[in-house]
Design a protein around this ligand. Structure first.
Ligand SMILES: [Fe+2]
Length: 363
């Protein structure tokens, strides 16, 4: 893609149409109101909520809740579609939920890295959307050219540089991105980037997401991405005044654990329950498999008899299956009974046998 000849470029978007900063600020202010905290005027003031006892990580999690709201999702999908229409084609995939970033004044941030190092496919492009103005002292820095990035990556790999050495090397070779609210920095998955310590008195808040031109998504599951055709669908019950606890799914889940592999039941249920919480899926019960019986009678029963009106079973991961044939049997049963199975460790939501190849590759 010629746009990425130097490994990155930037562009602007219509702030009136895509008022992400206002939507997110309102979301934080609803949180503040609910918890008797002082409201903020803009996201640059987010550290003021921090001074009232809300940690940087809590704030990031609140942002993720905002991202899953129908209001944000609707804006975001149309934003993603516009970008795909401009720079990609209809075979592109858009990451479903962007990643939130919050950097308090004078705090440290992300080490230099490439997104490919974190499992993104080689053709995947990242989009960094600051929700405040950014510049020298509080921004993302990016290595100036693609060729330089590739050269540095070779050196890092060959000389087995430690994190501090990587930061120094990439930091020296990079330039800070200077931009206003309404600007986007996009770069390819092999371009080194990172953020240095903030020198500003305001918070830096941004989100980022990825678009893949094809189905080479690296180690990321397809279920984390929207197909282009899904971007035009209107959100059901679209509602401007979304609430903090707005439901994004119609699923009602049961957490299921199984002692046939080497992860404790407690750890399995912790993952299932936190995955459910993160995905706004209410949990109406949890069940453990009978260890002595290999044919999974408890799981089969949950699939065929909707327990407490559940329509979804959250399991640790594909590790619960001992063989491909066992997996196929269970998946067929679940398709027949319209029961969703969520494999939390892989982030795969199984609803139909069309998706079974994604699962089989792990067994
Ligand atoms: Fe990154």
């Amino acid at each position: 893609m010629s746009f990425y000849s130097k490994g990155w470029f930037d562009f602007s978007y219509d702030l009136q149409k895509y008022n992400f900063d206002i939507v997110i600020t309102e979301f934080f202010n609803r949180y503040a109101e609910k918890n008797n905290l002082d409201k903020i005027d803009s996201l640059g003031e987010l550290h003021l909520l921090g001074l009232q006892g809300v940690s940087q990580e809590n704030l990031r999690q609140i942002m993720f809740e905002a991202f899953r709201s129908k209001t944000f999702q609707s804006l975001y999908k149309s934003f993603g579609k516009e970008i795909i229409d401009r720079y990609f084609d209809k075979y592109a995939y858009l990451q479903k939920t962007p990643t939130a970033r919050v950097q308090f004044p004078h705090s440290e941030s992300t080490s230099f890295h490439t997104d490919a190092w974190y499992g993104h496919g080689v053709n995947v492009k990242s989009f960094w959307v600051p929700l405040v103005n950014v510049g020298i002292g509080s921004t993302l820095s990016i290595v100036k050219s693609k060729s330089l990035s590739i050269k540095l990556i070779k050196k890092i790999t060959k000389e087995k540089l430690d994190l501090e050495q990587i930061n120094n090397l990439a930091g020296e070779a990079s330039s800070p991105f200077i931009g206003n609210l309404g600007d986007v920095l996009t770069f390819d998955s092999e371009t080194l980037h990172g953020a240095k310590k903030s020198l500003w008195d305001s918070s830096r808040v941004s989100f980022d997401f990825r678009i893949s031109p094809d189905n080479n998504l690296g180690s990321k599951p397809k279920s984390n991405f929207f197909l282009y055709s899904e971007l035009s669908k209107k959100e059901k019950d679209y509602n401007q005044s979304s609430t903090l606890n707005e439901k994004t799914t119609n699923l009602l889940g049961i957490s299921y654990s199984n002692n046939n592999f080497n992860v404790t039941s407690k750890a399995q249920l912790m993952l299932c329950n936190s995955y459910a919480k993160d995905s706004n899926i209410p949990i109406v019960g949890n069940e453990a498999e009978i260890d002595a019986l290999d044919h999974m009678p408890v799981l089969r029963n949950l699939i065929t008899n909707s327990f407490n009106n559940s329509n979804c079973i959250l399991v640790f991961g594909i590790e619960i299956f001992k063989s491909k044939s066992q997996a196929i049997e269970i998946l067929k049963l679940s398709e027949k009974n319209n029961t969703t199975i969520i494999f939390c460790a892989q982030g795969i939501h199984f609803t139909s046998l069309d998706e079974s190849s994604e699962i089989m590759q792990f067994i």
